[in-house]
Design a protein around this ligand. Sequence first.
Ligand code: R5P
Length: 327
Amino acid sequence: MNAEMLVFSGSSHPSLARAIAERLGQPLGQSQVIKFSNENLMVRIADNVREKDVFVIQTSAPPVNEMIVELLIFLDALKYASAARVTAVIPYFPYCRSDKKDEPRISIAARLMADLIQTAGANRVLTMDLHSPQIQGFFRIPADQLLAAPVFFEYFNEVLFAETSRADFVLVMADHGAAKQFAYYFDELRSPVAILDKFRVDHTEKPVIRQIIGDVQGKSALIIDDEIASGGTLVEAARFLQAAGAKRIFAAAVHPILSGNAIERLLESPIERFIVADTVPVREKVKPYGDRFVVLDVSPLFARAIQCIHNGDPLSDLFPPSVKRRR
Ligand code: R5P
C-alpha cells in the first residue's frame, strides 16, 4: 500500500505493541483512552490518520470485556477519522473457545466478536493461533492467522532438545483438538506422538482425561496446547502422564492466560517448565518463578506480518515449511 503506515496500541498489552513498533522502526501512534465515571469509554486519536494504512494492536486480556469494547471504539474512531485501511491486530482472539453451538440455546460468541470487529470498521484482521480454524471463516474480511510455531521450534531445537536428548521426547497433544491443530509439529520436530483423550463434562474447568493414545513410559513428555487458562488441563495431564510412566514433563502453550490461581496450581504440578508466548501480558506475572516459565517473544513475527500486509507481500515465509507445503 502506498499510504503511510501508522501503528496504535490499545490498553491491553502496551509492551508487545511497543516491541512490534520498535521492530517496524517507528513510534507508536498517539491516542488517548478516557474512562468516565459511568464506565463509558472514549478513544481519541491524536495523530492525523486520513488516507493512512493503520494497524491497531489489542489482545484479549483482563479486563477482557472492557478491552473488547475499547478495540471496537478504537476501530470506529479510526474509520470516522478517514483512515484508508484499518487492520485489527489481535494476538489472542477474544471468546475463541466459544466457536461452536455445542449446547442448546447458547451463542457462538467468537463469531459475534468477528461481526462486531467488522462492523466497528476493521478492513482486515491479523491474529495468532486461533482455538479452531473455523474462526477464520467467521470473518467476511481478510483474516490472517499467524502461527507461533516457528518461535517455539527455535526454542525446542536450540534450548530444550539441546539440554535433554531429543530422542527422549514424546510430543503429547493435550486433546484431540490439539492433535489436529498442531499436526504439523510431528513433521517439523520428528518426535513420536501421544494424544490425551480429554473431555469436559461441565463448565467447572475440571477436565477429565480418559486415556492416553501412545507411549510415554520412560520418556520426556512435552505437552502441546493452544492456551493455558485455569491450568486444569495441564495439571490433569501431568498427573496422567506420571501415572503412565513419563520420567520428565514439560509443557508448551501459545496463549498463557493463567487465570485465577492457575500459576499456583501449575507450580505444584510435576511439570518442570512451561514454555509460552507473550500474546498476552505475562512477563511480570511469571517473573517471580524464575526458569520455571519461559516466555517467547512473538513481536518479530507480528512486525514482519504487518510489514508484509503493508507492502502487499505474501505471509508464507512466516510459516513453518510443512505448513507451507500444505498450502
Ligand atoms: C481446550 O480446549 C484448550 O485447548 C485448552 O486445553 C484449554 O483452554 C486449557 O484450559 P485450562 O487451562 O482451563 O484447562
